[in-house]
Design a protein around this ligand. Structure first.
Ligand code: HEC
Length: 548
C-alpha cells in the first residue's frame, strides 16, 4: 500500500475517533503507524510495544532510564546542560503530557491526539505556531534538535535531548500511548485502590479495623458523588503471612504484588514493618503507597513511591540529639552521649543516626552499649553522669536499663521513642525518661472532633486507635490528592499531587507536608513524659521541627 495513502487515512480515522472513543486500541495502532513514519518500509500498523512504553515512562516521568542513566538535555543557545529529574518531560508537559499555560510560557500538549494532528495558527497569537501533524521523524527531530514539524525552531524552554538508540525507542513508545489509555484502577465509573493488611492471624483485628475505617472514608466520598463522578473502591489483600511471628518468607507473591496484579491505581494504609521486596514493583509501576501503617514510622528516598505519615526511629534519634544540643551544646562538646540498644538492624540504625548527628554538630563522639550482653557502667555514671542515654530496642532492654539506673545512677536521664512508653516498663522511672513523640500533644494535639463524629456516624468502635487514626489520615490524604489530580488522574499525576500537599489537616495528626524529596509528612516531634496517674503522654517541650 502506498505510504502517503496510509498516512492520510490514519490521520482521518484518528481524528474522527478522538472525539467519541478515545483510547480504543485501533486508534493506538493507527497513531503508532503514523509515527513509524515515512522512512520505514513497513506498511502494517505496528501497535505500541507495551514493554518499551513501560521503560519510556521512567524517562518521561523521572528523567532516568530503566538502566539508571540520567536523561540528558541542553537548553539552547548556550547549551546549558540539564540532566535527570530536571530534564524529565513531565516537569514541563505534566505527568499526563497535556501541557499547561502556567507562568506565561505555553507548554504544548504532546499526547498522540495533539501531535498526530495539524495545528492552525491561534487567533491573535504573536507567534505562528501552526504546524502539520508530526511523523516519527519530525517528532524525533523536535526532541533532539528543537525543530517543530513546520520547520520552526522551538522556543528555548524546550530542551534539546541527547538520546541513545534504546532511549529513543522507549521514549517514542511511551509518547505513542501517552494519555490514551487510563492507568490501572481507573475506569469511567470507579477508582480502585488497594490495601495490603493482615486480615487473619495475630494482627488480623488491627487490619480489619484499619480496612473498616478506610472503607467508611470512601463511603462518605461516594455518598457525596465520588471523585469526578467516579466511586472509590477498596480492594484488600490479606498479608497475614508478613506479620506471622516466625517472619518466614511468605509463599508466593505478597499482598502488595497481588493488588498490583489486580490493577489498583494506588495503595493506601497498607501495614508494614519496613521495606519489602515488592517495593521494587511499586517503583517500577509508579504506583504510590499512601501512608502505610508503619509499625516503626518511615523514611524513604526522594522519588520513592511510599509516602509516610511519621518519621522512623533513626529520625527520632536525630531529633533527640537536636533537642539536647539546643539547650546543652557546650556540655555535649565535652561529654559523650550514651547510646544503648538491643542490637539487630533497628538498633544499628538507631546508633548510626545518633553518631551521624553528633558528628554533624561537632559534638563528642557518643559511646555505644549493647544489651543484654554489655555491662552498663552505672557505678561510674553515679559520679560522672553522661548528658543523656538514648535508648531504642526491646521493652525488656529498657526495663534492664531503668532498673540499673534506678539502683546506681539516679540522676541519669533517658530519651526513647514513644513506642516504648509502656507504663509497666517505665514504672517508677517516669521522672527520668522522656519520649520522642511525633503525633502532636498539648497545643499541637489534633482536635479529633471530626474523627469522633465520623466513627459514630459509621457505627465504628474505637479499637487499636493509633492504627485507626493512621488509616483515617491515610484515606483523607489519598482522597485529597485524588481530588486535586482531577478527572484525568494517573499514577504519575497522583504522585505529583501528593508531592505538592502542604500543611494538610488530616484531623488526627499534625499538619502533613510532602515534597519532591520529602516522603515523611510530619517532620518533628515533642518530648513527652508518661503521667503515672493517667498513663497518658504529656508534653514537656514545644514542637521541635526536624532539621534536614
Ligand atoms: C523545561 C521545560 C520542558 C521540558 C523539560 C520538555 N519540554 Fe517539550 N516543550 C517545552 C515548551 C515550552 C515547548 C513549546 C516550544 C515552542 O512551541 O516554541 C515544548 C515543545 C515540545 C514539542 C513540540 C510540540 C508541538 O506541538 O510542536 C514536543 C514534541 C516536545 N516538547 C516533547 C518533549 C519531550 C518528549 C520531552 C522530554 C524528553 C520534553 N518535551 C521536555 C518545554 C519543555
Amino acid at each position: 500500500m502506498p505510504r502517503q495513502h496510509d498516512e492520510a487515512r490514519a490521520v482521518d480515522v484518528s481524528r474522527g475517533a478522538s472525539v467519541e472513543s478515545r483510547g480504543a486500541p485501533w486508534v493506538l495502532m493507527v497513531l503508532a503507524s503514523l509515527w513509524l513514519g515515512c522512512k520505514q518500509a513497513e506498511s502494517t500498523p505496528a501497535p505500541v510495544d507495551p514493554l518499551m512504553a513501560k521503560r519510556g515512562r521512567s524517562l518521561f516521568q523521572r528523567g532516568q532510564s530503566v538502566r539508571g542513566n540520567p536523561l540528558m538535555g541542553f537548553l539552547a543557545p548556550e547549551r546549558v546542560e540539564l540532566s535527570g529529574e530536571v530534564a524529565a518531560c513531565a516537569r514541563c508537559h505534566g505527568p499526563s503530557g497535556r501541557g499547561s499555560r502556567e507562568g506565561g510560557v505555553e507548554v504544548p500538549d504532546i499526547t498522540p491526539g495533539a501531535l498526530g494532528h495539524s495545528r492552525a495558527r491561534a487567533v491573535g497569537a504573536l507567534e505562528d505556531r501552526a504546524r502539520p501533524a508530526y511523523s516519527r521523524t519530525t517528532l524525533l527531530r523536535a526532541i533532539t534538535q528543537g525543530i517543530s514539524a513546520s520547520g520552526r525552531e522551538l522556543g528555548v524552554t524546550m530542551p534539546r535531548y541527547a538520546l541513545d538508540d534504546a532511549e529513543r525507542e522507549e521514549l517514542l513508545a511511551y509518547l505513542g500511548q501517552l494519555g490514551e489509555h487510563p492507568d490501572p484502577g481507573v475506569s469511567p465509573t470507579t477508582l480502585s485502590v488497594g490495601a495490603a493488611l493482615p486480615l487473619t492471624g495475630r494482627r488480623g483485628p488491627l487490619g480489619q479495623e484499619a480496612a473498616a475505617v478506610v472503607r467508611a472514608v470512601f463511603a462518605d466520598v461516594n455518598a457525596s458523588g465520588g471523585i469526578f463522578r467516579r466511586k472509590l473502591e477498596l480492594l484488600v489483600e490479606d498479608d497475614a503471612a508478613l506479620h506471622a511471628p516466625q517472619k518466614a518468607t511468605p509463599p508466593g507473591s505478597d499482598a502488595t504484588t497481588r493488588l498490583l496484579d489486580r490493577g489498583v491505581l494506588a495503595l493506601v494504609a497498607s501495614m508494614r514493618r519496613g521495606p519489602l521486596p515488592s517495593d521494587a514493583r511499586l517503583t517500577e509501576e509508579g504506583a504510590p503507597l499512601v501512608l502505610p501503617l508503619a509499625l516503626n514510622g518511615g523514611t524513604s528516598d526522594e522519588d520513592s513511591p511510599v509516602f509516610f505519615l511519621y518519621p522512623d526511629e533513626p529520625a527520632l534519634a536525630r531529633l533527640a540529639v537536636q533537642s539536647l544540643a539546643a539547650t546543652r551544646e557546650s556540655e555535649l562538646r565535652r561529654k559523650p552521649l550514651v547510646i544503648v540498644h538491643t542490637g539487630g538492624d533497628e538498633g544499628q540504625a538507631w546508633a548510626q543516626a545518633v553518631r551521624a548527628e553528633t558528628t554533624r554538630r561537632e559534638l563528642r563522639a557518643p559511646m555505644e552499649l549493647l544489651l543484654p550482653d554489655g555491662p552498663l557502667p552505672v557505678e561510674h555514671w553515679a559520679s560522672a553522669p553522661p548528658p543523656a542515654v538514648l535508648y531504642a530496642g526491646t521493652p525488656e532492654g529498657l526495663d534492664t536499663l531503668l532498673r540499673a539506673l534506678e539502683a546506681h545512677a539516679p540522676t541519669v536521664r533517658v530519651l526513647a521513642p514513644a513506642s516504648l512508653a509502656i507504663p509497666e516498663v517505665v514504672g517508677a522511672s517516669t521522672g527520668r525518661i522522656h519520649f520522642l513523640y511525633p503525633a502532636g500533644l498539648g497545643e499541637r494535639a489534633p482536635e479529633f472532633k471530626d474523627f469522633a463524629a465520623f466513627m459514630k456516624r459509621h457505627g465504628l468502635a474505637p479499637g487499636h486507635t493509633s492504627f485507626q487514626f493512621g488509616a483515617y489520615a491515610a484515606a483523607r490524604v489519598l482522597v485529597e490528592a485524588l481530588t486535586r489530580a482531577g478527572a484525568e488522574v494517573t499514577r504519575a499525576s497522583l504522585t505529583q499531587q501528593l508531592e505538592t500537599l502542604r500543611d494538610f489537616d488530616t484531623g488526627v495528626s499534625p499538619p502533613v507536608t510532602f515534597g519532591v524529596n520529602r516522603r515523611v509528612g510530619v517532620q518533628g516531634g515533642q518530648l513527652a513524659a508518661l503521667d503515672p496517674t493517667t498513663n497518658q503522654l504529656v508534653p514537656v517541650s514545644d514542637w521541635i521541627p526536624l532539621t534536614p
